[in-house]
Design a protein around this ligand. Structure first.
Ligand code: TEU
Length: 546
């Protein structure tokens, strides 16, 4: 029996398949490798997997440039391999969400190949085309996230096409009915295959205001390019387009035909991200969940955490947030927020890394756990010649790209390339020594490892309704403590975090009559450096987690 709201409070494990496990020695992770390692995910007792794109693609944006939505790229395997992963996941009680990259395709997609050749093609208007300005320059001054103009000239049509990302990722015109139907057919194909829903890519960029397609007036005075990405798009039109909401409603209506199928939207806008999550998930005919890339972008300090908690509580009252502290697009949180950040990256402080995991897994909402986060992996520090991400090479040289969070999973400390790929191969990105030291096999053996800690915490969250779906309320605690309570079915759990590198006594009001939950207590009433405690009234039922 499908549990209708399984997704509320769910923990989804994000698999970046290119870097998860390589079975055939081409140095690139694949579906057969994921199948071989799927018990690692099941042992975390998460609710499901978010599988990043494995579709046919020229891989210029590593799979987010889709050339055939219903075919598996040979580098990852075949549809039969996909079906085997899906079956194995379901046998282990894991849901599987796949990426639906609906805002753009690869320029190698047949839809675009036809559209760019002729205005008479059946898919001619499935992309966003615009005539040049009178002086022949792009129709307006919008910028691509990856830098440079968001418009690319096509001489055969004598028009520009819009691309919010790489020039090889032309933006789909989802305001064109046939184009939207084609995208929905793609979604139906995967739902019929048995997936449990979609992570919806870059939903802030799904549509745009038609009136602004050619708006020379939007050109900055004097032609300066705005410093902030999308400054003009944000200025010119609100990212939450009525047309985007119409697209999301169609996707939700399709999902509702498949019991238990859900949607997780990616909100990339920086400002007002939580308002956007509430807008995208605030009605039963819209998305189930949405996550923002930008939590704590000001750094990891008490005022920011207090504001985040307020945002979380407010957003849960209006919609449903999902938390993602690390993923394939941003620097790993263990380094990004390291209290003593060193440019060398280095070994993230284990205690601090666990505090991050505890926060991720106790905030109200659902959560995405990015591969390697359960191991406490820091950002990999790569040499310039090791960078593969076009974002970091061509467009933003001073931005070192996203590869540092995409290095291969370390499985076996003593094996070449930490067991990610067969010894005779060589991985597409290096395996840093700091990651080898945190490999799965060593952490499996260590009862005090971050991996074992993550397993216990996730299992506790599953067992404790207050942590999974309970309400949240802030606690007024003295510096350097931060805390809040979660409550459900009359059971209150108190969470207290020591944000400092020094031991701190628990305030008397907290300690009285409290017991540690699931072994996450405060020994002797003192929280160690970066420690945290889960407390319940001493007489309460305390689910013991092995
Ligand atoms: O990212 C969308 C997005 O907002 C990007 O601007 C993101 O912030 C960027 O990668 C900088 O970190 C999604 C995917 O997650 C990303 O991997 C793709 O490159 C992008 O869409 C285009 O599909």
């Amino acid at each position: 029996m499908q549990q209708a709201d399984w997704w509320r409070g769910a923990v989804l494990y994000q698999v970046y398949p290119r870097s998860f496990a390589d079975s055939d020695g081409d140095g690139i992770g694949d579906l057969a490798g994921l199948l071989q390692r799927i018990d690692h995910i099941a042992a975390l007792s998460v609710d499901g997997i978010w599988l990043c794109p494995v579709y046919a693609s020229p891989q210029r944006d590593f799979g987010y440039d889709v050339a055939d939505h219903c075919a598996i790229d040979p580098s990852f395997g075949s549809l039969a391999d996909f079906d085997r992963v899906l079956e194995a996941a379901h046998q282990r009680g894991l849901k599987v969400l796949v990426d639906l990259v609906g805002g753009h395709t690869s320029d190698q997609h047949p839809w675009f190949a036809a559209s760019r050749r002729s205005k008479a093609a059946p898919t001619a208007d499935w992309y966003v085309w615009a005539d040049p300005s009178p002086d022949g320059t792009p129709p307006n001054n919008w910028l691509s996230v990856f830098g440079g103009s968001a418009w690319c000239w096509e001489p055969r049509r004598r028009q520009y096409f819009l691309h919010h990302f790489l020039p090889s990722q032309p933006t789909l015109n989802l305001q064109h009915p046939a184009c939207l139907e084609a995208l929905l057919d793609v979604a139906r194909f995967w739902l019929d295959r048995g997936v449990d829903g979609f992570r919806l890519d870059a939903i802030d960029f799904l549509t745009h205001d038609e009136r602004l397609r050619s708006n020379p007036a939007a050109r900055p005075a004097g032609g300066q390019v705005p410093a902030k990405l999308f400054a003009l798009q944000r200025h010119d039109h609100d990212m939450i387009q009525p047309a985007s909401m119409a697209v999301l409603r169609r996707i939700r209506a399709l999902l509702d035909e498949y019991p238990g199928a859900v949607s997780l939207g990616e909100v990339s806008s920086q400002d007002g991200a939580f308002d956007r999550i509430a807008a995208y998930t605030g009605a039963p005919d819209l998305l189930h969940m949405a996550y923002t890339l930008r939590p704590l972008r000001h750094g990891f300090d008490r005022p920011t955490l207090q504001a985040l908690l307020r945002d979380a509580i407010a957003t849960c009252a209006r919609g449903w947030p999902c938390w993602s502290f690390s993923n394939h697009d941003v620097e790993r949180a263990a380094t990004r927020w390291a209290p003593h950040r060193t440019e060398q990256g280095g070994q993230a402080d284990t205690r601090f890394t666990r505090l991050l995991l505890a926060l991720l897994l106790s905030l109200p909402g659902s959560a995405c756990l990015y591969q390697g986060e359960e191991l406490g992996l820091p950002e990999a520090q790569l040499q310039k010649d090791e960078i593969r991400d076009p974002f970091g090479i061509t467009y933003w040289p001073e931005f070192k790209g996203r590869d540092g969070s995409r290095t291969p999973m370390p499985w076996a400390e003593g094996e070449r390339f930490a067991g990610f790929t067969p010894a005779w191969s060589s991985p597409w990105l290096p395996v840093p020594a700091s990651h080898r030291a945190l490999a799965v096999d060593g952490q499996e053996r260590d009862p005090d490892s971050t991996l074992r800690f993550a397993r216990r915490l996730i299992a506790l969250r599953r067992a404790e309704p207050a942590l999974r779906q309970g309400t949240a309320a802030p606690l007024d605690l003295p510096e350097p403590l931060f805390g809040f309570t979660r409550e459900a079915a009359g059971q209150r759990v108190t969470l207290v975090f020591n944000l400092s590198g020094q031991p701190v006594p628990l305030p008397a009001q907290l300690e009285a009559g409290q017991a540690g939950l699931g072994g996450f207590g405060a020994s002797g009433g003192v929280l160690p450096a970066y420690g945290f405690a889960l407390l319940v009234p001493a007489m309460a039922r305390v689910p013991e987690i092995a």
